[in-house]
Ligand binder design. Structure first.
Ligand SMILES: [Zn+2]
Length: 195
């Protein structure tokens, strides 16, 4: 049996599985599920665990090669992100005929951008270190939320119109984004900069 970390939580109704940054399998289980059932669940997901571990390893290796972000990097990225997004957002907002309120940049682990019902747009400043089209696609995505709060057909019609390359940008983020998060994590934990 593969090693895994078991977390039991009241109120959970089913088993869930994820791989953490150290490549360890973490299972969250309801209180009542027997250990044996959890073992079987982990065993039946062995291939998924192996695949996720491999990709975590690649991310870690690439992040180490590029090195942790430094204090100066972060300052520069925040500044550049504000500049680039202050140019991209009005451009897309005008193309779509919508108004926005405020643009802020900060770090978020789970989102590249977000849009509040008050019309405030928030972006992850790590976007400033990515290809221009990726930053623009995230800006366009959030601008579309000013008109459509969900991801329905109308949302994607608007996004296709103002940012025809959004799908390839999304794919890029899915494949490459974790390396940026990892390098920021290394900065937070005081990692040393690579070559
Ligand atoms: Zn969205």
């Amino acid at each position: 049996m593969d090693d895994y970390l078991l977390i039991r939580k009241a109120g959970r109704r089913r088993l869930s599985l994820k791989i953490d940054e150290e490549g360890r399998a973490v299972v969250v289980a309801p209180l009542w599920v027997p250990k044996r059932t959890v073992d079987e669940f982990v065993a039946s997901n062995a291939r998924f665990i192996e695949r996720r571990r491999e990709s975590e390893k690649l991310v870690a290796r690439e992040a180490e090669r590029l090195g942790a972000y430094t204090e100066e990097d972060i300052k520069r990225l925040k500044k550049v992100a504000r500049e680039k997004l202050s140019a991209a957002v009005p451009k897309f907002a005008e193309a779509l005929g919508v108004k926005y309120n405020r643009i802020t940049v900060r770090y978020q682990k789970t989102k590249w951008g977000s849009c509040s019902s008050a019309g405030n747009l928030n972006f992850n400043f790590l976007l400033a270190d990515m290809p221009e089209e990726v930053l623009e696609a995230v800006a366009a995505h959030e601008v579309c939320h000013l008109k459509n709060m969900n991801h329905g057909a109308a949302f994607y019609r608007d996004l296709d119109k103002i940012c025809p390359w959004h799908k390839s940008a999304r794919k890029w983020l899915k494949e490459e984004g974790s390396v940026y998060h990892r390098r920021y994590g290394m900065y937070l934990s005081g990692g040393v900069r690579g070559e």
